[in-house]
Design a binder for this molecule. Structure first.
Ligand code: DP6
Length: 396
């Protein structure tokens, strides 16, 4: 019988509060600025990957969400495989007793527990999971920062998903990318009151991908140069301090300002790129009105119309009441049990000083889904019972 080696792992999504947008090296994926994110709980959103190495396999194969995909045409995936196999080969060359895995063909099977169509950050959790699972299979014994250097070459934002909690991606200076890595600013236990609400906004059209969009911004936006040189270095320091101090109003101001500037550099791109729509902008108006008498929530948007709202737990029932008033019919995932604490007959008019005329009420299911989640841990090694491959090495 051919010997079989296998690992199954899961990895989380992260949502940036200081955005990565722009590369100085597109093949090594080296960014034009540092960034910072919060890793979200895998209970709501995660990627799960099984990788098996076997002498009986004749070629490397990949299945993504049930569909077979080419490996060789995906340069980023090839880079992650090349890097991890080279490290394994090096370990094997120093220790004769180790099984020879570096030269074996592998089968990779990966799934997200959320629909890719929802436009949530699947490349971040996907590549973090791929690299973490390869490192587990090959027993590479690298720390999360070292692994982040490899995951970065799959997708920039993936490097931050190697850690739980609050994570910075230090842009680094070296041409070979050896210092462009993720570091943990604080673990998830540092700020347990901080939670997130993800609003999945309906959007039929497929927008510009991050990868393409950010390079058009690098090429054409003068505002990006100001952001890179003047704004982000200072903002990173301020954000790290706000997190260390658990200073929510400061954290929120910086988060909203950075989201606004990211979308401003998109507008400054020529031709311009739009990611937010009328619903996204209505959510900004609602949160701004809610914050009028003191900052209680922070919105942020990535390369799509979905809103992520960060807020202390105690404010979440109010925020949910606001959102469900203006966006009726949104499916709400109450996995943190928040609704149980909410007053049943609650409306925006109950919030003192809130001008309910700030936005029209949108039609049914303009916001399709609301996910309530929070900061949580990094990638996990799972037991063999979680394997996605059957005895033949094909998806179950
Ligand atoms: C707006 O990591 O998806 O979400 O490195 O080309 O794969 P590639 O891009 P990607 O870009 C994410 C951009 C962002 C901001 C962020 O997550 O920091």
């Amino acid at each position: 019988m051919a010997q079989v080696f296998e690992a199954t792992c899961s990895a989380p999504v992260n949502i940036a509060v200081v955005k990565y947008w722009g590369k100085r090296d597109t093949s090594l994926i080296l960014p034009t600025n540092s960034s910072l994110s919060v890793t979200l709980s895998q209970d709501q959103l995660h990627s799960k990957t099984t990788i098996r190495a076997s002498e009986s396999f004749t070629e490397d194969q990949l299945w993504l969400n049930g569909k077979q995909e080419s490996i060789s045409s995906n340069k980023r995936l090839v880079a992650c495989l090349r890097e991890t196999r080279a490290l394994r080969a090096n370990i094997e060359s120093k220790d004769e007793s180790l099984p020879k895995l570096a030269h074996l063909k592998i089968h990779i099977c990966s799934e997200n527990n959320f629909p890719t169509a929802a436009g949530l950050a699947s490349s971040a959790s996907g590549y973090a999971c791929l690299v973490f699972t390869l490192a587990t299979l090959f027993d590479l014994r690298l720390n999360a920062s070292e692994l982040s250097i490899i995951a970065r070459q799959g997708s920039g934002s993936a490097c931050r998903s190697l850690f739980g909690g609050f994570v910075a991606w230090e842009m680094g200076q070296n041409d070979d990318g050896s210092d462009s890595k993720a570091v943990q600013i604080a673990p998830e236990t540092h700020w347990p009151e901080l939670e997130a609400m993800i609003c999945v906004v309906s959007d039929a059209k497929k927008g510009t991908s991050s990868t393409e969009g950010m390079q058009l911004t690098v090429k054409t936006s003068p505002l990006l140069q100001h952001r890179i040189k003047e704004v982000v270095p200072r903002r990173m320091e301020d954000m790290i301090q706000a997190i260390k101090d658990r200073n929510f109003p400061r954290f929120a101001d910086l988060t909203m300002q950075d989201s606004n500037q990211f979308h401003a550099v998109c507008l400054d791109t020529y031709p311009p790129i739009f990611y937010m729509n009328d619903i996204s902008r209505a959510i900004i108006r609602i949160i701004t009105e809610y914050n009028k008498s003191g900052v209680k929530a922070a919105y942020t948007y990535d390369a799509g119309p979905n809103a992520v709202i960060y807020a202390p737990r105690e404010n979440m029932p109010e925020i949910y009441a606001l959102l469900s008033h203006y966006f009726p019919g949104a499916a709400f995932a109450d996995s943190l049990g928040m609704l149980k604490e909410q007053k049943k007959d609650w409306t925006p008019a109950d919030i003192q000083g809130f001008d309910t005329g700030i936005s029209p009420i949108f039609s049914e299911a303009s916001v399709k889904q609301i996910l309530h989640t929070k900061a949580h841990d990094g990638p996990r090694v799972l037991g063999t019972e979680h394997s996605l491959l059957n005895a033949e090495g094909l998806p179950k």
